[in-house]
Design a binder for this molecule. Structure first.
Ligand SMILES: Cc1cc2nc3c(=O)[nH]c(=O)nc-3n(C[C@H](O)[C@H](O)[C@H](O)COP(=O)(O)OP(=O)(O)OC[C@H]3O[C@@H](n4cnc5c(N)ncnc54)[C@H](O)[C@@H]3O)c2cc1C
Ligand code: SF4
Length: 428
């Protein structure tokens, strides 16, 4: 049975992305006891799935590694992975959380040697790569995953593969008797950092994501460009594996649209500007990026980045909301149709590959919050007094980039610390 030592001076953090990790670490480093609950088998969230970060174009592993090191060094921070909060009752200073823990089937003896993965045969869609390739039934979600511990997919439990994994492990780390558990513990304040999910591109029917192989999303493009991703970092077309040198980016795919998400996802413009540099990195002057946009939202320090991309002769910008995409069956090229709103010219432009700059929406549906909390029309958490000791952090509150998410999470940690300090004051 998993034991969690917690009191009503403990801070519960829900979600272990960059925001949840930041909030948890900032609070733990002031001496608070923190329990972080993450539903995936590892922390890092969607940031871990990016190839590079704007604006500096460094790899997200750097920032994540620092956080992982801070987490390992802090005895006040207890991280529960494969865990979900199913209920929160009580009030500021006195909450009780119910958490469901799913079995990993691998204990802390794991050295991440990978022998279990070599032994099993079954393969499943690789969620880390947005299902663009497959992974084994025993797997490490990604090389830098924290904790560095393999996972057995529940679908192999009870099959010969599970026994093979157990037999292959020299360290006695595979434990097929692990069961789902439900635990309860106290907390004085809660930080809600469950982040975002990409808008479902299948819903944008005119863009043909569900039927044209060479139409992909911006999050898939991040994985494709990563050397550890599904194509080993090669910029190729999903339909035939041919080099994709002429890439179109469609802005506001599913955002600022009354049929889809009403809000501006803010990140997508910068994500696309960054992704044009990936095309450059792959092909240099042989590559071509075309950005179809309504307007580019690159504010503050991002303006310089935008200017640099505009100065690149391999990148062109077409002011237009693309009306539809059809596939040229002979070439596999997606052909974009629309009107250029600067010259008022109709176009029908073929490209090797189309990347939809997909919107960001909250990862938790409004009717699936395990606690009463004020949520705005877009489903993001509002900073309302009615929320008591529950504070949103990062992109659970809005579509934020990493820098803003981290700042927001630090603020949430401070608010939570104030609540548990009041409890400590009353008890002391
Ligand atoms: C295409 C694209 C490219 C981007 N590129 C950049 C970039 O270059 N630079 C930049 O600054 N930003 C970029 N961003 C934005 C960046 O991804 C976000 O700022 C960042 O992920 C926010 O982190 P977060 O922790 O708030 O949310 P997330 O990364 O979504 O983390 C939330 C965590 O909560 C967990 N969780 C969810 N629900 C539950 C639950 N019920 N219980 C427990 N845990 C739960 C999730 O598993 C996840 O680990 C990009 C976004 C997109 C769409
Ligand atoms: S579970 Fe065992 S075999 Fe698999 S990676 Fe861990 S130590 Fe190696």
């Amino acid at each position: 049975m998993t034991e969690v030592i917690a009191t009503n001076e403990t801070i519960l953090v829900v979600g272990g992305g960059i925001s949840g990790m930041t909030a948890a670490l900032e609070a733990a480093e002031t001496g608070k006891q923190v329990v972080l609950v993450e539903k995936r088998p590892y922390v890092g969230g969607r940031t871990a799935q990016l190839y590079k970060y704007f604006p500096k174009l460094c790899f997200p592993t750097c920032g994540l590694e620092i956080n992982q090191r801070r987490a390992k060094m802090n005895p006040g921070l207890n991280i529960l992975t494969m865990a979900e909060v199913t209920d929160i009752t009580g009030e500021a200073g006195d909450y009780t959380a119910t958490v469901k823990l799913s079995p990993r089937y691998v204990n802390e003896n794991c050295t991440a040697c990978g022998d279990c993965a070599d032994a099993v045969e079954a393969e499943f869609d690789n969620e880390f790569n947005y299902n663009l390739n497959q992974r084994k039934g025993a797997y490490l979600p990604y090389t830098m995953a924290h904790p560095q511990r393999y996972v057995l997919d529940p679908r192999i439990i009870g099959t010969a593969d599970a026994d093979k994994a157990k037999a292959a492990c020299k360290y006695g780390a595979v434990d097929l008797d692990m069961q789902e558990e439900t635990i309860e513990f106290k907390a004085g304040a809660v930080i809600w950092a469950t982040g975002w999910q990409p808008y479902d591109a299948n819903k944008i029917q005119p863009y043909g994501y569900d039927r044209i192989a060479n139409v992909i999303t911006s999050v898939e493009f991040e994985r494709m460009m990563d050397p550890q991703g599904p194509t080993g970092g090669k910029l190729v077309r999903p339909s035939d594996g041919k080099e994709a040198k002429d890439v179109a980016f469609i802005q506001c795919a599913g955002s600022r649209d009354q049929n889809h998400l009403l809000h501006c996802s803010r990140i997508c413009c910068m994500a696309t500007l960054k992704q044009t540099t990936y095309v450059d990195e792959s092909w240099g002057d042989q590559g071509k990026s075309t950005v179809y946009y309504i307007d580019i939202r690159a504010i503050d320090r991002f303006e310089d980045f935008y200017k640099k991309v505009q100065d690149n002769p391999n990148v062109s910008f077409i002011k237009s909301k693309v009306a539809s995409i059809v596939e040229d069956k002979a070439t596999g090229n997606p052909v974009l149709h629309g009107v250029d709103t600067e010259g008022y010219n109709r176009y029908a432009s073929p490209h090797d590959l189309v990347v939809l700059a997909i919107g960001m929406q909250p990862s938790v549906d409004r009717d699936r919050f395990p606690v009463d909390i004020v949520i705005n029309a877009e489903g993001f958490i509002e900073p309302a007094p009615e929320n008591g000791g529950i504070f949103a952090a990062g992109s659970a509150s809005d579509a934020l980039d990493v820098n803003r998410a981290v700042q927001h999470a630090t603020g949430a940690a401070l608010r939570a610390i104030q609540v548990v300090n009041r409890v400590a004051g009353m008890e002391g």
